[in-house]
Design a protein around this ligand. Structure first.
Ligand code: G3P
Length: 219
């Protein structure tokens, strides 16, 4: 399972990637809007920090505009993946970008038929948003289960990226289902490695070690 960070904050990316276990990054216009630097500068910096795919989203709503933006974004670095919204114009853009050898991440997916259309259009990644479905009382993880089954039925190669992750349970469930990628906010990512029993257990081991040393020294 690949762990991506869902952020446009370079400091968060630098800190998390020091562990060497960040497989990619997803950004979107809302995440980039939180950062003071120009978007392109941020994306250049992120692509230099992380070897894996870095998703950068188009903001046009017509396919010509998306293709133009996508081609331009792809010039930033070879690991850029162009994020297109799951609308008709977005899927048209995905097909054209694919012909150019540019990979796309189809975003804002909320249903199985949408995911099938994206795969048929040639998406490299599909991004179903689990948290936003949970927000409206629909089980987001059921959508992941269904897409996984359908993609397997037809051997679609599009990778399933679980997006809009809000908590560790989303990550655990995504892994149980066998989703290819989870894109995780930095705060949730940090929490995944921690367990209070690990900390208290380590403290106890070290204390016992120190005490044993004291006894040894006194003999
Ligand atoms: O990758 C898409 C993700 O950033 C959306 O998350 O929390 O805004 O629903 P959220």
């Amino acid at each position: 399972m690949k762990f991506f960070l869902d952020t446009a904050n370079v400091d968060e990316i630098r800190e998390a990637s020091a562990l060497g276990l960040v497989d990619g990054i997803t950004t979107n216009p809302s995440l980039l809007a939180k950062e003071p630097a120009p978007d392109r500068e941020i994306l250049e910096e992120i692509c230099a920090l992380v070897e894996g795919p870095v998703s950068a989203e188009v903001v046009s709503t017509d396919s010509e505009g998306m293709v133009r933006e996508g081609r331009d974004l792809a010039k930033i670095a070879p690991n850029i993946v162009v994020k297109c919204p799951l609308i008709v114009e977005g899927l048209k853009a995905v097909r054209i970008l694919k012909q150019d050898g540019i990979r796309s991440n189809v975003t804002l997916c909320f249903s199985v038929p949408q995911a099938i259309f994206a795969a048929k259009a040639g998406a490299y990644i599909i991004s179903p948003f689990v948290g936003r479905l949970d927000d409206i009382g629909v089980d987001g993880m059921s959508l992941i289960r269904d897409i996984q089954q359908v993609y397997r039925n037809y051997a679609f190669e599009t990778e399933i990226l679980v997006a809009s992750i809000r908590n560790p349970l989303h990550v655990i469930e995504a892994a149980r289902i066998g989703a290819d990628i989870a894109t995780i906010p930095a705060k949730v990512y940090k929490g995944l490695l921690k367990h209070p029993l690990t900390d208290s257990g380590l403290e106890r081991f070290l204390e016992d070690y120190r005490n044993a040393q004291k006894v040894g020294a006194a003999v």
